[in-house]
Ligand binder design. Structure first.
Ligand code: G
Ligand code: G
Ligand code: MN
Ligand code: NA
Length: 256
């Protein structure tokens, strides 16, 4: 794991980058959105995944700083794509930790970040929130989410089904999208329990009038099964791996 000092240096030296993974509608073929995923372009070790540095800053003020950098960078990127005529109707999403969301001034900080990008409509930004034990104060979190939604942004519940209060979150949090965790999707073709979970989450999403997307779609069979179950939105290596922002336009041309 990287040290706090090294991560501080990387922030100061602009060594973090956002990669983007496409989300598609498997029925219509549309590219509906992209998810921003942070990477560290390390001068010696190459491209590092978040697991190698995010845990180190989880309880540090740098967590907040990094989170704001991610939102700012994603907004900048939405503006650049928009200038090229590229708009994702179902958003560019960023991952935010429960800790970050529950910072007392989160809504104000988000407002300032949105104000710094007046060319970008807030409705094109989605915040993916992980269900973790840190989302303990559901009432508080739902209020924060309401305030952010009033600014125009959207929310998704990430890794849905892996937390221990998924149903409470689903009922109480104003997220318009549920992301079925990739662990269920990966094993659903040979594990009846996982298939039942995927089916159940899709049915729940429908009952609660939320959109649903499957993560970790790696094969045609995954896609076919999901379509049969009524889940049209998908994300995964079988569609595209996360890539630099500059590769997105060419990827879309080839996908069409
Ligand atoms: O990109 P990858 O699949 O390696 O991401 C691993 C984990 O890191 C995922 O849980 C993802 O949600 C998380 N992650 C990726 N980018 C960010 C980010 O910008 N902020 C936060 N808080 N988590 C991220
Ligand atoms: O927690 P979150 O859903 O944000 O994590 C996204 C992570 O999952 C990213 O690190 C991304 O690189 C990874 N990922 C995306 N699609 C696939 C996939 O099809 N298979 C696997 N194994 N990982 C994936
Ligand atoms: Mn995510
Ligand atoms: Na996820």
């Amino acid at each position: 794991l990287e040290s706090l000092e090294a991560i501080r240096g990387a922030l100061d030296n602009q060594q973090f980058v956002l990669y983007y993974q496409p989300k598609v509608n498997m029925k219509t073929g549309t590219v509906t959105g992209v998810e921003a995923l942070i990477r560290w372009q390390h001068p010696e070790r190459g491209l590092l995944n978040p697991i190698e540095f995010l845990p180190a800053i989880e309880n540090s003020p740098m967590n907040i700083e990094m989170g704001e950098w991610v939102i700012d960078t994603a907004l900048k990127q939405i503006g650049k794509w928009q200038a090229m005529g590229l708009i994702f109707p179902d958003c560019t999403s960023v991952n935010i930790s429960a800790v970050q969301l529950q910072q007392p001034n989160f809504t104000n900080r988000l407002m300032a970040l949105l104000a710094a990008h007046p060319d970008v409509e807030p409705r094109y930004l989605e915040l993916e929130v992980l269900e973790t034990s840190a989302l303990d104060d559901v009432h508080n979190v739902s209020k924060i989410m309401d305030n952010c939604i009033a600014l125009g942004v959207k929310f998704a519940l990430d890794d849905f089904g892996t937390g221990y209060s998924s149903l409470t979150y689903l009922r109480r949090l104003p997220a318009n999208l549920i992301k079925i965790d990739q662990s269920f999707v990966r094993d659903m073709l040979h594990d009846a329990d996982d298939l039942a979970i995927v089916e159940g989450v899709i049915a729940l999403a429908r009952s609660f009038k939320r959109n649903v997307i499957a993560e970790g779609v790696e094969t045609i069979e995954h896609g076919t099964t999901l379509l049969q179950l009524g889940c049209e939105l998908a994300q995964g290596y079988g569609i595209a791996r996360p890539m630099p922002a500059s590769d997105i336009p060419a990827w879309i041309s080839e996908w069409k």
